[in-house]
Design a protein around this ligand. Structure first.
Ligand SMILES: Nc1ncnc2c1ncn2[C@@H]1O[C@H](COP(=O)(O)OP(=O)(O)OP(=O)(O)O)[C@@H](O)[C@H]1O
Ligand SMILES: Cc1ncc(COP(=O)(O)O)c(N)n1
Length: 268
């Protein structure tokens, strides 16, 4: 059967954990064809981001036009967009399609991948045109322009016109052997509901947010309703985190697994 097409508009991570590496692997694993438009090239590894080279907005536009002029894009997924011009470009040229926006403003390592002007462009242009946004707590605070409990932040951002899944990392209590992750889902005009799942104990979590948003985009491209797609995406990420939890790669926070689940199951 011909697979649905997901267009990932995002930056590269030379370490192969986050950005387009995560997007293309995840979308493919979940049964969609992944097309891509590169917005930035980063020199990055498990310890941090060492350099960022923005792709000129005209080159991003050419990639987007080539893809949508030829392929039946079902869903767009955005990651690091990097500049306000690229944020506006995505809203203008792709806003008529279902867009899953991961409003990437910082890396796990703390490095800035988008400044306040980029955040303002998300609020003014892309979030009102998006189907769903997947900020983490820090990104939600920046986009909302204030601090508040996670469900309130999710509702405030949803008032911009898109659904929101505010993703939460694992909350480990001292001495506890288990922990829970809580994501908050809110539709425009609604109140946030908690989506909870068990946390995986791991330090190999670089790329988790990109993997989550890509899995969400792939499930939506298959026609799954948003709340179901959010649960499926979280389950997918948990399985990937469990897969890489024993890995020892790099000197920093290691990559979440992007190995093909199918190939791994074959005998050695
Ligand atoms: N340790 C964990 N175990 C299971 N699920 C997790 C864990 N950490 C995060 N998740 C889940 O992964 C998804 C992405 O959330 P997260 O908050 O990590 O995004 P993020 O901060 O944008 O990630 P990144 O820092 O990679 O950009 C959410 O569904 C979240 O609940
Ligand atoms: C190119 C690119 N895009 C997105 C992220 C965010 O992912 P993470 O928060 O896991 O570092 C990243 N580090 N690099």
């Amino acid at each position: 059967m011909t697979p649905p097409v997901v267009l990932a508009v995002a930056g590269t991570d030379s370490g192969g954990a986050a950005g387009l590496a995560a997007d293309l692997a995840t979308v493919g694993h979940l049964g969609c064809h992944a097309a891509c438009a590169v917005t930035a090239v980063t020199a990055q590894d498990t310890t941090g981001v060492h350099a960022i080279h923005a792709v000129p907005v005209t080159a991003v536009a050419q990639q987007v036009d080539a893809v949508v002029g030829d392929l039946p894009v079902a869903v767009v997924k955005t990651g690091m967009l990097g500049t306000p011009d690229v944020v506006r470009l995505v809203a203008d040229r792709l806003g008529h399609l279902p867009v899953v926006v991961d409003p990437v403003l910082a890396a796990t390592s703390g490095a800035a991948l988008g400044d306040d002007v980029v955040a303002a462009a998300y609020v003014d242009h892309l979030l009102p045109a998006a189907l769903v946004a997947t900020p983490n707590l820090d990104e939600a605070r920046t986009l909302a322009g204030r601090d508040a409990p996670a469900p309130e932040l999710a509702a405030r951002l949803a008032d911009l016109g898109c659904a929101v899944v505010l993703t939460g990392g694992a909350e480990w209590r001292p001495g506890a052997l288990t922990a829970t992750c809580t994501d908050w889902l809110c539709e425009p005009g609604g109140t946030a509901t908690a989506l909870r799942h068990p946390a995986v104990a791991t330090t190999a979590d670089h790329g988790t947010g990109c993997t989550y948003a890509s899995a969400l985009a792939a499930r939506i491209a298959h026609g799954e309703a948003l709340a179901d797609a959010a649960r499926t995406a979280a389950a997918y990420v948990s399985a990937r985190l469990a897969d890489s939890s024993g890995w020892r790669l790099g000197r920093g926070r290691g990559p979440v697994s992007h190995l093909s689940p199918t190939i791994q199951e074959e005998p050695a």
